[in-house]
Design a protein around this ligand. Structure first.
Ligand code: ATP
Length: 308
């Protein structure tokens, strides 16, 4: 379990964190979502034991970041958003270097090097120079390096940034494998869709405060406004007009035999609206609720916070 309580961090007059409370259950893959400058990197660096909060505290695997930052670093693997790689160093040497930094040497280090390179699908690149690897490969190497001391917790700051779609899929597979190995993982991103099929839990941060957190399926469901698509053979304009006049409904798009709209209320409300549309003579071929995306949830929460 990872828990933070009332984390505050200021850089001069900039308040990066303004009382952040997070709870990440053991074994979760926690998507930490927020726009640029929301405070994600600051939070992750505090959790990694690399930055002290001004107020509040955080605990990871039973260690407190304020009282025991060194202990925290032993149980945490950290992959920063920007990382340098060394020239003139081969992939295998790079891993051995980090192994020795953790006091692991000899046969144990060689085995770890090979196992971890295999895990991140870089087994065939052991003799390649690090700076000749693609961006995606360098990301995976950095991930392998962060696993060298077998940490219980992994903190990954924007792990999929700058990766092409195939490299993202590869990264996702590796993270799933790490999840199966029982690690608790926090992944930050401002690309919301990138997290949706990866995470078990989500926390949304804005201006250094948590908007909302919880299991992914609860975040996407909830009793909030639902989005619908209606398809019909004819009379789409009439249907859109009828929907637009329905209490709690809001048409966002009409055209090509389709009406997209949002509707506040439960399933009975949607059924009543459908009955009305069909009763008015529109030949409906499709009427379904669309999955609420993380984007929708985030934008909606941000609006609520702004009182919009
Ligand atoms: P991004 O997605 O752009 O990486 P982030 O959510 O990780 O953003 P942080 O990097 O934690 O956000 O920054 C939070 C706020 O603190 C921002 O306003 C940023 O400009 C400010 N900030 C971060 N680091 C420093 C620093 N070293 N000195 C001054 N201000 C900083």
């Amino acid at each position: 379990m990872i828990k933070t309580t009332g984390l505050v961090k200021k850089y001069g007059r900039v308040a990066a964190l303004q009382g952040l409370d997070l709870e990440v259950p053991n074994g979760a893959v926690y998507g930490f979502i927020g726009q640029n400058g929301a405070g994600k990197t600051t939070t992750i660096r505090i959790l990694a034991g690399l930055l002290m909060p001004d107020e509040g505290w955080a605990e990871l695997a039973g260690r407190n970041v304020v009282r025991d930052p060194r202990g925290v670093r032993q149980v945490v693997g950290y992959m920063p958003d920007f990382f340098g790689v060394y020239d003139d160093l081969r992939v295998g040497e790079y891993m051995l270097f980090y192994a020795s930094a953790h006091g692991i040497r000899g046969a144990a280090a060689f085995k770890l090097r090979d196992d971890l390179l295999e895990l991140v699908e870089l087994g065939t690149k052991r003799e390649a120079f690090v700076d000749t690897l693609s961006r995606g490969m360098q990301q995976r190497l950095c991930l392998a390096r962060s696993l060298i001391h077998d940490p219980a917790v992994l903190l990954l700051d924007e792990p999929a940034s700058g990766l092409d779609p195939l490299a993202r899929v590869e990264m996702r597979e590796i993270l799933r494998e790490l999840c199966r190995m029982g690690k608790t993982i926090i992944i930050s991103s401002h690309i919301l869709s990138e997290l949706a099929d990866l995470c078990t839990h989500v926390g949304m941060i804005r201006e250094g405060r948590l908007l909302r957190q919880g299991p992914l399926n609860e975040m996407l469901a909830g009793d909030r406004v639902r989005r619908f698509i209606l398809r019909c053979i004819d009379q789409e304009e009439e249907a859109a007009g009828l929907i637009g006049g329905w209490p709690g409904a809001d048409v966002s798009n009409t055209g090509h035999g389709q009406v997209e709209f949002s509707l506040a209320g439960d399933a009975a409300e949607a059924a009543a609206l459908l009955k009305e549309i069909v009763g008015a003579g529109t030949r409906v071929t499709h009427f379904a609720q669309t999955e609420q995306s993380l984007e929708d949830t985030f934008i909606q929460l941000a609006r609520e916070v702004n009182g919009a």
